[in-house]
Design a protein around this ligand. Sequence first.
Ligand SMILES: Nc1ncnc2c1ncn2[C@@H]1O[C@H](COP(=O)(O)OP(=O)(O)O)[C@@H](O)[C@H]1O
Ligand SMILES: CC(=O)N[C@@H](CCC(=O)OP(=O)(O)O)C(=O)O
Length: 261
Amino acid sequence: MTVNVIKIGGNVIDNEAKLQKFIKNFSSLKDRKILVHGGGKIATKIAADLHIETKMVDGRRITDEPMREVVTMVYGGKVNKHVVSALQQNGCNAIGLSGADAGVILAQKRPVKEIDYGFVGDIKSVNAGFIESLLNQNITPVFAPLSFDPEHGMLNTNADTQASEVARALSENHEVNLIYCFEKKGVLLNADDDDSVIPKLNPENYEKYKADGVIYAGMIPKLDNAFAAVAAGVNKVIICEADQLQLAVETGEAGTAISLT
Ligand SMILES: Nc1ncnc2c1ncn2[C@@H]1O[C@H](COP(=O)(O)OP(=O)(O)O)[C@@H](O)[C@H]1O
Ligand SMILES: CC(=O)N[C@@H](CCC(=O)OP(=O)(O)O)C(=O)O
């Protein structure tokens, strides 16, 4: 049976109407499914309320000790529990997890090189067997973007990377679709024009669009994660609007498809 790994980004989570619509669509998917959520925007807002400054380098949050407390509260608490309870209200038997829960996503604190990212984790292993045991009981795992290092404790991990790594781990024994849902119709030729979707990206046109400045900012790490998943054997990788989730799962004809050719 196919497993759908779906990632939902911070701009949708931060919009209650969009989020509720997405939750309803996600809940109605028939195949086994896993949700990975972001929430970077909300973490930045709550950090500011607490007078904690946000610093990002290459789309990654510098996570010192006060910021680690913020992201643990926001991703592991506020966002994860809000999403899980909304799923339960829609009849989806969800369970919220960080990487520390059952040690399901183990990571290593990123080594300090030119930049000290602080408590940011690079994923080392995902316990696919544990995830499968939940899926086999008809339970839907909902992952916060938090991983776990036995030496350093809870670590902050980019949600796109978390989704890619979960999909890769499951693809060893299953057919896996990885769908990145966000607020735009797909990867666009002009980021402000929803009618300019690029239907298919391969490494060649990706490099060209990057060099031309068509693809920039948060879309670059998202696509790097998407290509890494395809290269590792994930069957279908799609980047689409949250509203197009069902279409993407059922037909693959939505947003931008990522392929190696
Ligand atoms: N060619 C492109 N098409 C669509 N979005 C793009 C493109 N290039 C850059 N972006 C930017 O990437 C953002 C998505 O990345 P990010 O904010 O990290 O996603 P998420 O909301 O899933 O976390 C979009 O909101 C947009 O501003
Ligand atoms: C290390 C790192 O940068 N982690 C991310 C995790 C949240 C995230 O990825 O959220 P979106 O998907 O909404 O962007 C962060 O703290 O912003």
